[in-house]
Design a protein around this ligand. Structure first.
Ligand code: C5P
Length: 407
């Protein structure tokens, strides 16, 4: 018998005749050791009582969005976040329509909109309501949002009709809950991914610097995708104005030399992805004081080349198993990328055309070409998030043969 000890679920009961079955569901969950908090929708109170559910769950049952005592004990946002999983049973046509459209006008729908946790719904309604195109559209939308469904089952309904619409039985719902709560091994679980992103900033004096227009968006999107695939994700970033993706370890840097130092300190890693637009040069010696503006005499700056971070890591003793570079080009994109692949010693170059009018710099979309020893693969135009997800999935696959060899 799988134990749910230490797990906490929030059961949201909708207003339908099947609500009576949630007594049994609560009992099953409690037997497995789960903590069960319950929200009753207004309509659900017509079918089951807070008192019976409180006795079964051993917890207070919440009913109103505007109950001051409830808000003091546990605000509705916290209620929806404290759980490991939200379960809606029965999920009525009305509650599903609210969820699909992001409505929040009572405690049940507000908790569902405020959550950042997985949601499982057990639909229950009349056959025709279930088959109605509006409900089916909502089911589609909910699936796209990542909501899981259990049921509905086929059978005779309380209204006398026959067909799909019966709520799944409590033991079926329990099995779906156990499945959703079991720890998942993701493709990059236990792997370390290091990503450089953003521009670097090379000081001229205490107030001036040399930098570039990199927004960091593609690198941040890649970091987010790496976390989603389960990787320990280190994001070494120059100055950008982007939120830190959740689960990412951010290492803020300013100069190319700092970026290299931190990067070397993070080795060994399984995958390293270099998206940073590193300044090619820095001022040979930074002025300790602000340079004075003297008329007729503009200062001349002596520049010196910055280290190539990608090439250094790629040729270093602690080279990650997969090294990926980016190449922003304004013509002959794939030829230049192929040369860069060899010169920098990486496994893959993600090349893109950043010519004026391409909208890549600072924009949301990107058209990339994957250049490797195997050849060139052209990807269609996608959002930077989609490029990131597809790229991380590809890199996870590239690690697989190496994983097998290590076994
Ligand atoms: O040589 P180029 O700047 O076109 O190479 C781009 C690739 O090399 C990118 O992946 C970039 O992050 C990386 N790079 C680096 N250190 C440098 C210059 C580029 O890591 N100094």
């Amino acid at each position: 018998m799988t134990s749910l000890a230490g797990k906490s679920v929030l059961l949201i009961i909708g207003g339908g005749i099947a609500a009576y079955k949630t007594h049994e569901l609560v009992r099953l969950l409690k037997t497995r050791g789960a903590a069960v908090r319950i929200i009753l929708s207004k309509a659900a109170e017509q079918f089951v009582t807070p008192l019976s559910l409180a006795s079964l769950s051993g917890e207070k049952v919440y009913t109103s969005l505007f109950s001051l005592t409830d808000e003091v004990e546990m605000g509705h946002i916290q209620l929806s976040r404290a759980a490991d999983l939200l379960i809606v049973a029965p999920a009525t046509a009305d509650l599903m329509a609210k969820m699909a459209n992001g409505l929040a006008d009572d405690l049940a729908s507000t908790a569902l909109l405020a959550t950042d946790k997985r949601v499982l719904i057990a639909p229950a309604m009349n056959v025709r309501m279930w088959q109605h195109p509006a409900t089916q559209r909502n089911v589609e939308a909910l699936r796209r949002d990542g909501v899981s469904l259990v049921g509905p089952d086929d059978g005779e309904m309380a209204c006398g009709e026959f067909g799909p619409g019966r709520m799944a039985e409590p033991n079926e719902i329990l099995a779906a809950i156990i499945n959703l709560l079991k720890p998942r091994s993701q493709p990059l679980t236990g792997k370390k991914v290091v990503i450089t992103a953003g521009p670097t900033r090379e000081p001229i004096d205490p107030v001036r610097f040399i930098s570039n227009h990199s927004s960091g968006k593609q690198g941040y999107a890649i970091a987010k995708a790496a976390v989603e695939l389960g990787a320990e994700t280190i994001l070494i970033s120059g100055p950008v104005s982007l939120p830190i993706p959740s689960g990412v370890q951010l290492m803020p840097v300013e100069t190319a030399q700092e970026m290299l130092e931190i990067c070397e300190g993070e080795m060994p890693a399984d995958i390293a992805i270099f998206t940073a637009a590193v300044a090619d040069w820095r001022v040979a010696s930074e002025a300790p004081q602000k340079l004075k503006k003297t008329s007729g005499a503009a200062p001349s700056l002596t520049l010196t080349e910055n280290p190539d971070i990608l090439a250094t890591i790629s040729h270093g003793a602690k080279r990650p198993h997969v090294v990926v570079g980016f190449a922003a080009e304004t013509g002959n994109v794939t030829e230049h990328a192929a040369q860069k692949l060899k010169k920098k010693g990486c496994d893959l170059i993600v090349a893109n055309d950043v010519s004026a009018g391409s909208g890549v710099f600072g924009g949301e979309r990107n058209t990339v070409h994957l250049v490797s020893a195997a050849g060139v693969e052209d990807w269609p135009q996608m959002s930077k998030d989609e490029v990131a997800r597809k790229l991380m999935e590809r890199l996870a696959q590239m690690l697989v043969p190496q994983n097998k060899a290590a076994e």
